[in-house]
Design a protein around this ligand. Structure first.
Ligand SMILES: Nc1ncnc2c1ncn2[C@@H]1O[C@H](COP(=O)(O)OP(=O)(O)OP(=O)(O)O)[C@@H](O)[C@H]1O
Length: 301
């Protein structure tokens, strides 16, 4: 009974809160400024000048958790083989946006998305989209490593076994993915030992290897370094810089130095709106909006 009464009012009866804010975070949420309220939807074509082609073209996306709207008219082209960083204060909708890209939000009862996310000529949001196939092409890495209590080899081979791949293909892909995740040299002599014996940073790279093993085209990373120390963080950042030669990467980060180190484009979210997206250098050196400037200079968030 006690637990029931603490449920946030915006949750419908069967809804679960995946990523609840604590009381302090809620109290410190910035007000949407008058300018942001009246600016309508942001037109990214004004600031996103690049030769890179668009891998996923997100247009006019609204997202609802039951009655609560979490994203407002977000349009954001994700460029091919570039890193796009999503920044903004807690609760502004970064993770929600990221999760719309491979339909992870489908798992939340009462969740609903509107708009268009054009990926290779089909709409990711279309109910007819095959989400299993979609998640093979658009892989995801979470905040905390979700290591399975299995051997290092089995962790990476997992998706390939589900796909029924032959043993020789599995062996080859496990090795290739561990190289891709910059982990091979550290684990090659103990592939059959438990993955739970690896350090936190190694486990996160192992999960990245698992995501790479099914050969995705896009990698979504939801604060992949938030549980890691600076050295493990640096390893992941170096790995991202290598991986982007072959993959399109979208990363949610609270760490603005990280966004400026690893990304080509940065989108700034505030209260469910994309305030602006531009080249990372522009966002950090010449932001178009006062909210962006206030956020990157640490005035809130
Ligand atoms: N399952 C859910 N049910 C209802 N509301 C939710 C759910 N998950 C998130 N929200 C709400 O949606 C809004 C956006 O949350 P989201 O997690 O996308 O923000 P965020 O910018 O990623 O935050 P953080 O940086 O803290 O992870 C917040 O108000 C949050 O409370």
């Amino acid at each position: 009974m006690e637990k029931q009464s603490q449920r946030p009012a915006y949750l419908a009866q069967n809804e679960v809160e995946i990523n609840p804010l604590n009381k302090t975070q809620v109290e410190n949420l910035p007000e949407v400024s008058k300018e942001a309220q009246h600016m309508g939807s942001f037109d990214p074509t004004k600031t996103l000048k690049t030769d890179a082609t668009t891998k996923i073209d997100v247009q006019h996306t609204n997202f609802f958790y039951g009655a609560k709207q979490a994203l407002y008219d977000v349009s954001l082209p994700i460029r091919d083989r570039q890193v796009t960083a999503l920044i903004g204060p807690s609760g502004c909708g970064k993770s929600t946006f990221l999760r719309t890209l491979n339909r992870m939000n489908d798992l939340v009862p009462g969740a609903r998305v509107e708009g268009l996310a054009n990926f290779d000529g089909f709409n990711i949001y279309d109910p007819k989209t095959d989400v299993v196939l979609l998640r093979q092409r658009i892989g995801m890495v979470f905040q905390r490593a979700n290591t399975f209590p299995k051997s290092i080899f089995e962790n990476v081979a997992y998706g390939l076994k589900v796909q029924g791949k032959p043993q020789n293909v599995i062996k080859e892909r496990v090795e290739k993915s561990l190289h891709g995740a910059a982990l091979w040299d550290e684990v090659k002599d103990r592939l059959n030992t438990s993955a739970l014996g690896l350090s936190g940073g190694q486990q996160q790279r192992l999960c990245i290897a698992r995501a790479l093993a099914v050969e995705p085209e896009v990698l979504l990373m939801d604060e992949p370094c938030s549980a890691l120390d600076p050295i493990a963080t640096l390893k992941i950042e170096e790995m991202i810089t290598e991986l982007v030669k072959d993959y399109t990467i979208v990363i949610v980060t609270h760490n603005m130095q990280q966004a400026s180190r690893v990304s080509h484009f940065t989108g700034f979210f505030l209260s469910g709106k994309l305030v602006e997206v531009a080249s990372t250098a522009d966002i950090f050196e010449h932001p178009h909006h006062k909210e962006t400037e206030d956020y990157i200079s640490g005035r809130f968030g």
